[in-house]
Design a protein. Structure first.
Length: 355
DNA sequence: AAAGCGGGGCC
DNA sequence: GGCCCAGCTTT
């Protein structure tokens, strides 16, 4: 046991009890609700996840309700939250718990971490909050707080850093109340020891924080190399036929937006004119056997949809046809399909769909 | 060990 | 424009 542990955890927990937010998943130890909230909050701010937590708990009050839903329903409810593999894994795990475990949630770290979509962080969170098991969480907040207070400059995104921080976090864990301690350190990182411009001068750790007393708060935690952003050029073909149908295709390939729907897509190396687009193999395949009445660019300027690792330069081409042959979707039913935000934004502003 | 995976908020 | 967010999975 680290000799600093009681000092550190006592201060943290005192701060937490005075400063914690009332969040909808606080005040329950039901693992279904804690699990739901933890999956939603992976790489996601509380403010962004909150509305989804309300939607999911209302629509699926129990794990059986979630298990009984279709994947498309789950994805539709998840739409806009991003990292859609979380939703697919959530659904897979719900079915496993409901139908294989008869609704009894796993209650050990080992069994929790074996669930799809549940890694070390989430298993530790559920184990500590729901079952009072002594597993320390290490999320982005914990990295930041520990790195600064203890002056650790090992990069947080290399294996040595990941291992070292986990060991330290585990030493500092208040074992008589691991759930409260874990939430306390995360809340402290989220609300006080924030990434930019923390108010160190009135911090509870200002006397002992190594980074503050070093003047190195801005440089800590150390994180290696940022991702290089790739540019891609998307041309969506928005078919319109007289019977008020269009075409939507489900993305089943590897990559972004798996299992979500989109308009037929022609990806090109750069922004293209209509003449060039018409010569693309992908375009020819998509319109094969179809009577084209007109192809009109919706807007000249590309929409630049930014993902963390890709910038999608996107244009929508309105393709009037006499008949949609494949993957027909009545315009009135588009709203039932889970789609990326990029597509939803277009649907919401395109008059032929909104009228 | 490194890459891939969303969307949004803040500076 | 860059950084980060209650990370996990695949390669």
């Amino acid at each position: 046991m680290n000799e600093n542990a009681p000092f550190f955890s006592n201060k943290l927990i005192s701060w937490y009890l005075e400063n914690k937010r009332e969040l909808p998943w606080r005040g329950t130890k039901d693992p279904y609700f804690i699990w739901l909230s933890e999956i939603m909050l992976q790489q996601t701010r509380v403010a962004q996840g909150m509305p989804y937590y309300f939607k999911f708990t209302e629509t699926f009050p129990t794990v059986f309700d979630l298990a009984a839903a279709s994947e498309a329903e789950v994805l539709k409810l998840w739409q806009g939250l991003g990292y859609y593999s979380r939703a697919r894994n959530l659904h897979t795990t719900a079915k496993y718990i409901a139908y294989e475990l008869n609704g009894r949630f796993p209650s050990t770290y080992k069994d929790l971490v074996a669930l799809k979509g549940v890694g070390d962080y989430t298993a530790s969170a559920i184990a500590s909050i729901c079952f009072s098991l002594p597993h320390a969480v290490v999320d982005g907040n914990v990295y930041r707080v520990l790195a600064r207070v203890f002056g650790i400059t090992t990069p947080i995104n290399v294996s040595k850093g990941i291992k070292d921080f986990k060991v330290l976090a585990q030493k500092l864990l208040e074992e008589s109340n691991p759930g409260t301690y874990n939430q306390a350190i995360m809340e402290f990182g989220a609300r006080f020891c924030v990434p930019q411009n923390p108010e160190c001068s009135r911090c509870i750790f200002k006397d002992e924080c190594v980074a503050y007393n070093n003047g190195s708060v801005k440089e800590i935690p150390v994180k290696l190399k940022k991702v290089k952003v790739k540019k891609r050029f998307f041309n969506y073909l928005v078919f319109l036929s007289p019977d008020n149908t269009t075409q939507l295709i489900q993305r089943t390939q590897k990559g972004i937006w798996q299992q979500l729907y989109e308009f037929p897509l022609v990806e090109t190396e750069k922004e293209v004119s209509l003449d060039v687009l018409k010569k693309e193999t992908g375009f020819k395949t998509l319109v094969a056997g179809i009577q084209l009445q007109s192809v009109v660019l919706y807007k000249e300027d590309s929409v630049i949809h930014k993902l963390s690792h890709q910038h999608l330069y996107t244009r929508f081409w309105i393709v009037s046809v006499s008949e949609v042959k494949k993957n027909r979707v009545p315009i009135s039913e588009i709203r039932d399909y889970p789609v990326p935000v990029l597509i939803q934004n277009f649907i919401s502003e395109f008059s032929a769909f909104t009228n």
